[in-house]
Design a protein around this ligand. Structure first.
Ligand SMILES: Nc1ncnc2c1ncn2[C@@H]1O[C@H](COP(=O)(O)OP(=O)(O)OP(=O)(O)O)[C@@H](O)[C@H]1O
Length: 361
């Protein structure tokens, strides 16, 4: 069954304010797709256009190849799980799961078959007759998933469903959600501001900022090859170094970074000599060097934190307030490092990404 979702140039405007800029995106059948972005970037608005709670100002939503323009929310092949779960507190678990089926006039025996199957799927068959108020946070979460699946949606929409849980449970539920998605084969569209959630669960992630879809890619590509300054800064930790383009050779650019000297990296934008640019280098790709050579700079250690296998170091650049963070393997003579030391750092130009500063929106 086709359960793809096509956002065909959808745009949403509230009075003069554009909450979602024109967006064209195809989410494949059976894909786990996440929209990732900070608060207010338009994620919920996008989800509401898919569910039918909002009509796009422009463009169309297609689900399973079908134009949803005249299909109201309750007739769409979608089901939504909200941040607060919206379970009915006075009903039992089974009554909650069966609610949508009862509204549709499905007979009791058939409803029970469905709730039994779903209780097994979310591994809570023993909770059938419990009241919602008697469940733990993680159990409520799983019941909300079972209830949403009972009406056999082709697309499950999830609006930050893990945000109310504590950290440990949130991490555990990521694995469970992904496993449920794999077992059911339903298209999951998930929105979150938590990059850890998006990267661990998703087949692809769409990074959003200020109503604009910045980049759509699988998690590894998003982390290793961001294409915009926003994605480079928002997804994972990154050092951001400003400079002026001094030379261009093939796909490489060299920047004059002031006190840090000349630094090279791979450019992802068209650049011209003299242009203001940004270089991004991940903390784990910065290395200590014993002697200053190409692509090196010197910095003074300000903080050291031991994280087991790694040592996280924060250092400030000489004659500057700018700081950089480096994640070093903690087996390399860490004893000789201490706060106040001058350290030379370097990196491989292939590991750094250079972008035009004008694209930093
Ligand atoms: N009905 C509305 N009328 C006017 N402005 C709205 C309306 N709904 C949303 N907005 C605005 O659109 C922007 C995007 O809101 P949206 O709820 O989609 O963001 P979000 O990324 O989901 O944020 P959060 O993570 O905080 O839920 C915000 O600036 C919000 O104030």
């Amino acid at each position: 069954m086709d359960s793809s979702v096509h956002l065909d140039n959808v745009m949403m405007q509230f009075d003069d304010f554009v909450a979602v800029q024109p967006t064209d995106l195809k989410i494949e059948s059976g894909e786990f797709f996440s929209f990732l972005g900070p608060s207010g970037c338009g994620k919920t608005t996008l989800l509401n256009m898919i569910s039918g709670f909002l009509d796009p100002t422009e463009g169309r939503v297609h689900i399973g190849g079908e134009d949803m323009r005249r299909v109201p929310a309750n007739k769409r092949p979608t089901s939504m799980i909200f941040q607060n779960l919206a379970l009915f507190p006075l009903m039992t678990v089974a009554e909650n799961i069966e609610f949508g089926l009862e509204v549709r006039g499905i007979k009791k025996a058939q409803r029970k078959n469905v709730s039994d199957r779903l209780l097994n799927l979310v591994a809570l068959p023993e909770c059938r007759d419990k009241r919602i108020a008697d469940l733990s946070g993680g159990q409520k979460q799983r019941i909300a998933i079972a209830r949403a699946l009972a009406v056999e949606p082709r697309v499950l929409l999830l609006d930050e469903p893990l945000s109310a849980l504590d950290l440990k449970l949130r991490q555990h539920m990521r694995t469970e959600l992904k496993a449920i998605q794999r077992k059911t084969g339903i298209t999951f569209i998930y929105i979150t501001h938590d990059q850890g959630e998006a990267l661990t669960m998703s087949d692809r992630v769409g990074v959003m900022s200020a109503g604009k879809l910045q980049q759509v890619a699988d998690p590894v590509t998003l982390y290793r090859a961001p294409t915009t300054p926003f994605t480079a800064s928002f997804v994972g930790e990154n050092n951001r170094i400003e400079g002026t383009v001094v030379s261009l050779a093939g796909n490489q650019a060299t920047l004059d970074c002031g006190e840090m000297g000349w630094l090279s990296g791979i450019r992802v934008d068209e650049l011209t000599v003299g242009e203001h640019a940004l270089l991004f280098i991940r903390p784990e790709l910065l290395n200590r060097r014993s002697l200053s050579s190409d692509n090196c700079f010197s910095a003074q250690v300000q903080e050291l934190s031991f994280e087991g296998a790694y040592l996280m170091m924060e250092a400030t650049l000489l004659n500057s307030q700018s700081s950089i963070r480096a994640q070093l393997l903690s087996d390399v003579n860490i004893g000789e490092l201490s706060i106040g030391n001058q350290v030379i750092f370097g990196f491989n130009p292939q590991d750094a990404i250079i972008m035009a500063a004008k694209n930093d929106v």
